[in-house]
Design a protein around this ligand. Structure first.
Ligand code: SF4
Ligand code: SF4
Length: 377
């Protein structure tokens, strides 16, 4: 990592040059919520003036730039004979199949600049990297987008309901090209790629001095001490194991509307479904991937129509198991980064803090009940 300090004015000039020459997205206010608070989303930007640098958090995460809601994985067409002479690019695979059918797979991804991602958003991308790049079956679709995306991260003071500190994702050291910490009139830059270093060479920056380092430490302390929501996630995977049959799941499940919004806004949920459909001409077909949510009623329906999780509470439970237990067991980390987007978006008021606290209280009352005491002997 290389560190530099840049004035905010010069940084704006840098971003302006970047966004005017590349397809770029940054936070913009798109709405006002029922409490009068601004709602932000990542939107296309053409100039630095389009970017709300002082935004809080976006309602949807940046994962959709890497995992679109709907993505065509391959296209099939019926082209007898010369099909193998069809033009194709390096990033397009063309497979000959039986009976004149050919399959085309396009991994191409346009270069994109993403500006203003928060540390928890970048952490979520690192988690997606573990699943989609570092696992047994890396996704070439995800890889193409990840490699072609230039990520600029920015720190921020926590919102009242952020709990990323509890999940240890309030700071981030990998997964971005450039990360900016606000130290007053300047940004303290962490440069994590040669591309970012080379872009920045054209602009005036300097090595950090002692005062800059002190300001960075102060900024980090301010962020660290700014959290008002904390969740005790100690031993949570074990508690989830013990509480598999807890009434807590039914209690919260009864409130759930099965809308799937929580998984859609979540930066680390990646479950999907696959569909194949024919063109009406019967000469073409496509295979598509759609993001899905384990809270949707048919998530666990299998061929023949049996639903392994017909109850709301069971589906809600499995979302929490995926976020806080299954991956912790296999990948040694919980995949929730503590952004609380799901809690903000849920129309039923279901949020990780209340659900996890309920489980923990359940566990603690259980321990009180079974612990040996003079009265029970
Ligand atoms: S957003 Fe809330 S109501 Fe909708 S599926 Fe998720 S938990 Fe259920
Ligand atoms: S707080 Fe909710 S939306 Fe955010 S990472 Fe955790 S489960 Fe996903």
């Amino acid at each position: 990592m290389i560190y530099k300090v840049i004035s905010k004015k010069e940084f704006r000039a840098f971003v302006d040059a970047l966004v005017s020459n590349n397809r770029s997205y940054g936070p913009q206010q798109v709405e006002t919520d029922r409490n009068g608070n601004p709602v932000y989303q990542f939107k296309p930007v053409q100039s630095v003036d389009d970017i709300a640098f002082d935004y809080t958090a976006t309602a949807s995460s940046a994962k959709h730039f890497f995992l679109p809601f709907r993505e065509e994985l391959s296209r099939f067409s019926f082209e007898p004979a010369e099909s193998d002479r069809l033009p194709h690019t390096d990033l397009e695979l063309v497979h000959g199949m039986e009976n004149g059918w050919i399959q085309k797979i396009n991994y191409d991804a346009e270069p994109v600049v993403l500006i203003g991602l928060r540390p928890c958003d970048i952490s979520a991308l690192n988690i997606l990297d573990d699943v989609l790049l570092n696992g047994h079956f890396p996704s070439p679709y995800y890889l193409a987008k990840r490699k072609n995306t230039f990520v600029i991260g920015m720190d921020h003071l926590p919102l009242p309901d952020c709990f990323c500190k509890s999940m240890n994702h309030h700071t981030v050291t990998t997964g971005f090209n450039l990360f900016c910490s606000d130290i007053g009139d300047h940004y303290y830059l962490s440069i994590n790629s040669s591309k970012a270093f080379n872009f920045l060479k054209e602009f005036e920056s300097r090595d950090p001095n002692d005062d800059d380092n002190c300001l960075l430490v102060e900024r980090r302390k301010m962020i660290q001490n700014g959290f008002t929501t904390e969740i005790d996630v100690t031993a949570l995977p074990t508690i989830l194991d013990i509480e598999f049959d807890s009434p807590v799941w039914e209690k919260w499940g009864n409130k759930c509307l099965n809308c799937g919004t929580c998984a859609m806004v979540c930066p680390s949920c990646y479950c999907y479904s696959l569909t194949e459909s024919f063109d009406t001409s019967l000469k073409g077909a496509k295979r598509e991937k759609q993001l899905y949510s384990c809270n949707l009623v048919d998530f666990a329906v299998v061929a023949g129509g049996h639903n392994f999780r017909p109850k709301n509470g069971d589906r809600l439970k499995y979302r929490y198991y995926h976020q806080h237990r299954g991956f912790a067991e296999n990948g040694n980390q919980q995949i929730c980064v503590g952004c609380n987007r799901c809690g903000r978006a849920c129309l039923s008021g279901i949020n990780p803090k209340d659900v996890i606290n309920d489980l923990r209280m359940e566990k603690e009352s259980c321990l009180t009940c079974v612990s040996s005491s003079p009265g029970r002997r």
